[in-house]
Design a protein around this ligand. Sequence first.
Ligand SMILES: Cc1ncc(C[n+]2csc(CCOP(=O)(O)OP(=O)(O)O)c2C)c(N)n1
Ligand code: SF4
Ligand SMILES: [Mg+2]
Length: 275
Amino acid sequence: MNEKTMLDDDHYENTLRDENVCSLENIVYESPKNAMYDTPMHYCPGCGHGVVHRLLAEVIEEMDLIGEIIGVAPVGCSVLAYNYLNMDMSQAAHGRASAVATGIKRVLPDKIVFSYQGDGDLAAIGTGETIHTCNRGENLLIIFINNGIYGMTGGQMAPTTLAGMKSTTSPFGRDVSTAGEPLKMTELVAQLPGTAYVTRQSVHKPANVRKTKKAIQKAFEYQKAGKGGTCFIEVVSNCPSNWKMTPLQSNSWMEENMFPYYPLGDIKTPNEKEG
Ligand SMILES: Cc1ncc(C[n+]2csc(CCOP(=O)(O)OP(=O)(O)O)c2C)c(N)n1
Ligand code: SF4
Ligand SMILES: [Mg+2]
């Protein structure tokens, strides 16, 4: 039975016509109007990057930070972040985003500064920059999109690739006897005295999207208040294209395989740091 025949015709005609449904008072969701350009995204269908961009834009708009904020884009699929986020953005060489963000924040301490980086960028090529930025306690936010793979370059193994997980450079699965165990960057930086707020979230379900948005909000509030250190938000994400799955399959796979190794939740808050 199709939807229309489940309703009587008058009801359908009078209430569910496009002009009734698509009217201003029925709007349930709008894209951020100012912090985001109205342009098609290049991300693959179902990719978490686009959701995190939107959340960033929503928070920045709601906190009235446009004009006060500077972002640093990485190398990787999100290299074009500045094509979507309508705010001051800089581009860093592979892995160097937190070092560039450090320079910006030190020269312009009144600005709110964030870097946005993938796992290949942050946890392989930029491991040194990431650890030292966090150890120095730079007052900025690092957003870390962990999809367990080098997405942009065709799905090579990253430090975060799970044990046994196949990639183009580990076609039989990651062998931990030669590649080591997957690197938990977030637990690692949480141990450093310079970090103030460290959390791991996801954006694969509405409740998780809301939690990630809250985490971004908190991190900007802490930075504004000078809560004494670097904020670090990992978002465990998916790469349907290189995982060779549909978006839905990739979300289930992520829940079953990524979350047990990369558990979601706060790892460190400013209160714990003070206490
Ligand atoms: C120094 C250096 N090494 C390697 C590359 C090639 N490269 C560009 S993007 C990328 C992978 C990025 O993966 P990740 O950071 O996980 O981002 P994703 O695409 O998965 O979001 C690599 C290896 C580069 N541009 N510069
Ligand atoms: S290749 Fe992967 S990380 Fe890159 S846009 Fe596509 S799904 Fe997202
Ligand atoms: Mg990646």
